[in-house]
Design a protein around this ligand. Structure first.
Ligand code: AHR
Length: 506
């Protein structure tokens, strides 16, 4: 098969925030996975595991979403600040975690982790059991530079400088755990919370620094997702609009049809079901992007001369990843192994997001450590980087690059191609999603190019994964590039593999 790649056919810029990560107090994602505390025998830096920190520093996640997820709707930020030995202890029932919650990793620990990683924090507000005043105080504590009681409290807790954390989610999955609301109920709640957000500017005419994120639809319910967005915008258009910057849809690739199928034990049919499932996201993004446009079109011209019309809202996929049936009963809660099946869907999902970079601006993998589609698994002092980590590392060059118009997938061959342009380099992803067949692909360019680097992630067995006993069984490896300068280049793609090739334009 041949794929034509024209570096002049640009779709748009790939927002680096499409490579975001999500950490939540579920299972052992944060407690024990990321946070062990300063007194732990596990080597740590200010309480954060050194091994996890090293991985995250390599990864450089552009965005980190916290504290949930569903957990955010029971979270009171004051429980997690101040001297750690005086923090409240509660009990965490979320998604079968069933563990006591010591609140050792709180706002300051999260914000300082983001600073250390250069990640932008996306903090999710408790819209269900929290109050507007609580939200406002949280934002003041985090961001106020002027001396106030709350900014002084932050300084006492070790951070005199404001954190400048601008992205805030107002509610999470409000159609389910976040309140089982309907769009009208959510809209009236949202209006109250959004209107109370401080702006952190010094001019009434200056655009607020805050970025407010709406809890969007459950994209796993395609009919409801359409109606939800339609109804949300109808409500929004009825009277003047509160601040809205982003609209956060969630999509999990559920694998629950065959309860004997586990993350590492599946048939060829199970492989195909999961691979096919991840492609649903592409249609959902297109549908939601168009619903957003239609919804914004319902908004009338404002009557007041000083009023600004809401004309644009960013589409976000705040949670995505494979969710296998066994995660529900797993201990630690929601922990899954990551086999080549998950590697392929992670690569395909990133390709979907990047290919639709003109429609979607931010996305977060659910979740970074020990939960669902994770990048690392921990057990006591042991750690293993899953091969999902390698996929994110292999794809780093696409951040802030220009996505090119390349046809998505050859359904017969099951090879998915994606390409982007940055300066004089074209980076190409080749995902062979076939369970049992190798492929040969011919990349054709309008003028001569030179392959510089080839990296490949594959395994002898599609069920392969990294374990504590064999932590590096599935690892991305450099492949010798044929450095000929030509218009056409052929690549062998092993069964179930992800290959990235960097070409320089000549
Ligand atoms: O990522 C796990 C959970 O999935 C999140 O808490 C929730 O938002 C979603 O349902």
């Amino acid at each position: 098969m041949s794929v034509f790649i024209d570096p002049k056919q640009v779709v748009g810029k790939i927002n680096l925030k499409l490579h975001g990560q999500f950490i939540e107090f579920l299972g052992k994602c944060i407690d024990e996975g990321l946070w062990v505390g300063e007194n732990s025998t596990i080597p740590n830096t200010k309480g954060i595991r050194n091994d996890v920190l090293a991985l995250l520093k390599q990864l450089e996640p552009p965005v980190l979403r916290w504290p949930g997820g569903c957990y955010a709707d029971t979270y009171h930020w004051r429980d997690g600040i101040g001297p750690r030995d005086q923090r409240l202890v509660s009990f965490n029932e979320n998604f079968g975690t069933y563990e006591s919650d010591q609140h050792q990793f709180g706002t300051d620990e999260f914000m300082q982790l983001c600073e250390e990683l250069g990640a932008q924090p996306w903090t999710n507000v408790n819209l269900l059991s929290g109050t507007v005043a609580e939200m406002r105080d949280w934002m003041e504590y985090v961001n106020r530079s002027e001396e106030t009681t709350l900014s002084k409290e932050r300084a006492q807790n070790g951070h005199p400088q404001p954190y400048n954390a601008w992205m805030w989610g107002l509610g999470n999955e409000v159609w389910a755990g976040g309140g089982t609301m309907d769009p009208a109920t959510y809209m009236s709640e949202y209006r109250r919370f959004a209107s109370a957000m401080p702006s952190f500017t010094h001019s009434v005419f200056e655009k607020t620094k805050m970025y407010a994120i709406v809890s969007g639809p459950d994209s796993n319910k395609p009919r409801e997702a359409v109606k939800w967005t339609e109804d949300f915008f109808k409500e929004l258009a009825k009277y003047r609009q509160p601040k809205i910057d982003g609209y956060d849809m969630h999509f999990y690739n559920w694998n629950i049809d065959d309860q004997d199928d586990t993350p590492t034990d599946f048939t060829k049919e199970g492989w195909q079901r999961v691979i096919d499932g991840c492609f649903e996201l592409e249609d959902l993004i297109k549908a939601q992007a168009s619903l957003l446009r239609n919804g914004l079109a319902l908004i009338n011209e404002p009557e007041g001369k000083l009023d600004q019309k809401l004309t644009d809202v960013d589409l976000i996929v705040g949670e995505w990843g494979n969710w296998h049936y066994s995660a529900f009963t797993a201990r630690p809660a929601l922990q899954q192994q990551v086999s080549m099946r998950d590697v392929i869907t992670t690569a395909l999902t990133l390709d979907i997001l990047q290919r639709n970079c003109d429609k979607v601006t931010m996305a977060c993998n659910a979740q970074t450590i020990n939960v669902l589609n994770s990048l690392a698994l921990t057990k006591g002092d042991k750690i293993v980087a899953t091969p999902n980590f390698d996929v994110f590392m292999m794809y780093k060059d696409h951040r802030d690059a220009q996505a090119l118009a390349v046809p998505r997938q050859d359904s017969e061959s099951q090879v998915d191609t994606f390409a982007s342009l940055k300066g004089a380099k074209v980076c190409v992803n080749l995902v062979n999603a076939s369970y049992d067949e190798e492929r040969l692909i011919n990349l054709v360019f309008p003028s001569q190019v030179k392959p510089e680097f080839v990296t490949q992630l594959t395994a002898d067995d599609p069920h392969a994964c990294n374990t504590f006993e064999e932590p590096n069984l599935v690892r991305a490896k450099p492949v010798k590039a044929n450095s000929k300068v030509a218009k056409q280049h052929e690549f062998e793609l092993p069964t179930a593999s992800v290959t990235t090739v960097t070409f320089s334009l000549c």
